[in-house]
Design a protein around this ligand. Structure first.
Ligand SMILES: C[S@@+](CC[C@H](N)C(=O)[O-])C[C@H]1O[C@@H](n2cnc3c(N)ncnc32)[C@H](O)[C@@H]1O
Length: 264
């Protein structure tokens, strides 16, 4: 099995264990934070959009709440069944169990989103190429990627740990997450008083999640076979090399990259 196929399999299992989108994790408030500073939620109203790598459908439901006209939701893993089950207004959504590079290239979409997905694909170039073809001229592609900058200490810890954790069966990984959860709660408390690494992320995003979603986020860092942490240059280059114009990066909460580009 290729590394990409193994990653897709890992997510299929992950989303069957963590299948809901409760609280802040599935909220329009979080969506607005993800889109900042490039788009306001209101700008998407009435648009034709796609999301690459929909997982449990939280972004799809956020887009529906934002009032989009139609969504193509792409999810290649066995989480597809979870996605279909979680979608709130299925008339406006076309779900496709395909990889991102197989996105239908009709050239009529206003926006395509890929949130937390391309960093799990070894060579995302074919996906970016398919996105370019699927958009209308002037259509925009917004991606969110793990960042290297701001994560140096975190990566020094997580990289050696992942060598083991990405191989663990669910019950062992879930037990490890439980052990890590409580020190992390203490770390968040310390972040209120001290300028610790990842402080902005901890206080702006992680702390707002329910306990169950915090556990999922830890699990999500440790589970997938492949995860790349992008530098600003790599993140920009992904879209520039994909022939997008007006490519702009944003260092979201100092730990990740949101990048937007426009189809010429
Ligand atoms: C971290 S999850 C993000 C899910 C969703 N975008 C969200 O923010 O909740 C990454 C998703 O990308 C999917 N994925 C992995 N490889 C993919 C590929 N080649 N094409 C499309 N999706 C892929 C996985 O199955 C997984 O559901």
């Amino acid at each position: 099995m290729s590394r990409d196929d193994k990653t897709i399999k890992d997510f299929g299992e992950q989303w069957r264990q963590y299948s809901d989108n409760e609280g802040y994790y599935g909220s329009v408030e979080l969506f607005s934070d993800i889109l900042f500073p490039f788009l306001a939620v209101e700008e998407i109203k009435g648009c034709r959009v796609a999301e690459i790598g929909s997982g449990t459908g939280r972004i799809v439901n956020m887009l529906l709440e934002a009032g989009v006209q139609h969504i193509v939701a792409v999810e290649p893993s066995d989480a597809f069944a979870v996605l279909v089950r979680n979608i709130r207004n299925s008339e406006k959504v076309t779900c496709l169990k395909i990889t991102g590079d197989q996105l239908p290239t009709d050239g009529n979409l206003d926006y395509i989103f890929s949130i937390g997905v391309l960093h799990h694909i070894q060579d995302p170039t074919p996906v970016v190429e398919a996105v370019l073809k699927a958009l209308r001229p002037g259509g925009r592609f917004l991606v969110w990627l793990y960042g290297k900058e701001g994560n140096v200490l975190y990566l020094a810890l997580i990289r050696p740990l992942r060598v083991l954790t990405k191989r663990l069966p669910h019950f062992m990984l879930a037990s490890l997450v439980e052990i890590m959860y409580w020190p992390l709660v203490l770390y968040i408390k310390c972040c209120h008083r001290l300028p610790l690494p990842l402080r902005r992320y901890m206080l702006s995003v992680f702390e707002k999640m329910s306990p169950r979603k915090r556990r999922l986020i830890i699990y999500d860092q440790l589970n997938p076979s492949y995860a790349k942490y992008y530098t600003r240059r790599e993140a920009e280059t992904l879209l520039i090399d994909g022939k997008f114009k007006n490519v702009r990066p944003h260092h979201r909460h100092g730990y990740s990259w949101t990048v937007i580009g426009t189809k010429p």
